[in-house]
Structure formats: structure tokens, C-alpha cells
Design a protein around this ligand. Structure first.
Ligand code: SAM
Length: 269
């Protein structure tokens, strides 16, 4: 999109993490500043596009698995701009009347999501902020759709690395877990930078500094293990997203030295 096409109230010169991600995935809903920031990140971290696609594949596989286990409610926090194989499309293939609530804090995600879902009775988009999890979980539009006394799948896919403080990230997960009934599932994926050089890590983190979400905070397997401690972690555990139930030859390799996104799916016992 050209900057002149920016909706009223949107500053196209501030890179948005939703639109940068859209650019990684080959979408067209991004402005020049988003493309520049995304290209900077891609120069610092190789394979960003392949990793973003693998992250979407992970989301699809996780939602298919959880819907197959009979879960009928999905809360996708930080849903991003609509792309292919969004949660409602994947879940509805397995459970046609599953309730899907998308949450994001980006106004363009709101307008695109609402336009796409206008005629879908089982799916809504709600504007809320992950950094205020209690307010998010008590949001009337979410409570109108999601019954937390029954199993629900909560997705925090490529999200927690936008929370710089470790304790704050852990508190978000804790607030969500507190709300979940037995049989609920938590899906988390999280950026990590492996054993890349300090210089490369600093460059990668700083690329995100001027964005709508602030700097990137990569974390490793120990953090994901803490988020899911006490839950039943589904096979194959905490792995790079492409290695979570791999569909392509070669993806099963787990090399934590490489930058990428780690994924985990866990069930509340
Ligand atoms: N979850 C999708 C996926 O993994 O394919 C999209 C991930 S995209 C990298 C991150 C999304 O989170 C963006 O749409 C962004 O607007 C949203 N986001 C970032 N910080 C947020 C916050 N504090 N509250 C709600 N949404 C947020």
C-alpha cells in the first residue's frame, strides 16, 4: 500500500509489527516504513520469511490437533492481519460451529478482520491489549463468546517476544492459565535468536525498537518450559516451530543454535 492509502488516524511512517509480519508472509497490507523495517530485520536474521511461514504452519497444526480433541472455543491473542489458514478456517474444518475470538491491538488488524468476518456468526475480532491480561480476559465481548468454565484454546503465537520484561511476560501467561478450565489448551510460540553473535542479536532487537510494539525480546526453551510448567506438554515438546510434528523432510531437525521461533502446545490437566 502507498502511504496515501493509510486510513484516517493511522501513521504509516511508524512500522507496525502486524504489517511487517504481513510483509514477511508475502502480503500486500503494508506501507513503505513497514517494508523498510522488515528488510532491515531480514538483513540481520536469515530465513525470516521461511520461519514466519513455519510459524503459520505450526498454528494450523496446533489448532487442528486441539479441535480434534473436542475443544470448541479458541481465543487467538495477537491474531495479526488476516492471511491464509486463519484460526477460524482451520478450526471450522474440524468443528464447524467452534467459537473463535481474535484479539489484537492494531487498528488496521481490527478493520481488516471485521470486514472479513462480517458474515461469520461464530467469529469476532476484539480490540484489547495483551499487556493488560486481566482486562483482556474480562472484556465483555470476549466473555459474550468464550465460556471459561469449559475447555478453551488460548493462542499466544509469536506474541510474548513483544513483552521486554521477563516477569511481565510470565505474569501474562499466569493470568491466562488461572482462567483456564481442565481440558483447555495453551499454544505458545516465541522468537529466539539461538547462538547468533551479540552484534547480530543487538541489531535484530533494535530493528523492532521504533515499531508499534517496541524492541524484540527473544527467549529460549527454559522460558517456554516455565510458561507450561505443570501442564501436560504435547509431543514433541518445545521445539523450533517447523519441527513441531513436521510435514516436510528435513524439518524434524532441532537445532537451537539457529535463530527462529520455538513452539509448544500444552493441555491443562
Ligand atoms: N499470531 C499471529 C501469527 O503468529 O501468525 C500474528 C503474529 S504478529 C507477529 C503479532 C501480532 O500481535 C500483531 O498483529 C500485533 O498487532 C499484535 N500485538 C502486538 N502487541 C500486542 C499487544 N500488546 N496486544 C495485542 N496485540 C498485540
Amino acid at each position: 500500500m502507498d502511504d496515501e492509502q493509510a486510513p484516517v488516524g493511522i501513521d504509516p511512517t511508524i512500522p507496525s509489527v502486524a504489517r511487517m509480519y504481513d510483509y514477511y508472509l508475502g502480503g500486500k497490507d503494508n506501507f513503505a516504513a513497514d517494508r523498510r523495517a522488515a528488510e532491515d530485520f531480514m538483513a540481520a536474521v536469515p530465513n525470516v520469511r521461511a520461519v514466519a511461514r513455519a510459524n503459520r504452519d505450526f498454528l494450523r497444526k496446533a489448532v487442528t490437533e486441539i479441535a480434534g480433541r473436542g475443544v470448541r472455543q479458541f481465543l487467538d491473542i495477537g491474531s495479526g492481519l488476516p492471511t491464509q489458514e486463519n484460526v477460524h478456517q482451520v478450526a471450522h474444518r474440524v468443528v464447524p460451529d467452534a467459537q473463535i475470538v481474535y484479539v489484537d491491538n492494531d487498528p488496521i488488524v481490527m478493520s481488516h478482520g471485521r470486514a472479513l468476518l462480517e458474515d461469520n456468526p461464530h467469529t469476532v475480532v476484539v480490540q484489547a491489549d495483551m499487556r493488560e491480561p486481566k482486562a483482556l480476559l474480562d472484556h465483555p465481548e470476549i466473555l459474550a463468546r468464550i465460556d471459561f468454565d469449559r475447555p478453551v484454546a488460548v493462542l499466544l503465537v509469536a506474541m510474548l517476544h513483544f513483552v521486554p520484561d521477563d516477569d511481565a511476560a510470565a505474569a501474562i501467561v499466569a493470568a491466562i492459565r488461572e482462567k483456564l478450565a481442565p481440558g483447555s489448551h495453551l499454544v505458545i510460540s516465541h522468537g529466539h535468536l539461538g547462538t547468533t553473535s551479540t552484534e547480530q542479536q543487538t541489531r535484530a532487537k533494535n530493528t523492532y525498537r521504533p515499531t508499534s510494539a517496541g524492541p524484540l525480546t527473544p527467549r529460549g526453551p527454559a522460558h517456554l518450559a516455565a510458561y507450561t510448567d505443570g501442564l501436560e506438554v504435547l509431543e514433541p515438546g518445545i521445539v523450533p516451530v517447523q519441527a513441531w510434528r513436521p510435514e516436510f523432510e528435513g524439518d524434524a531437525e532441532v537445532d537451537l543454535s539457529k535463530p527462529g521461533i520455538l513452539g509448544v502446545v500444552a493441555r491443562v490437566p
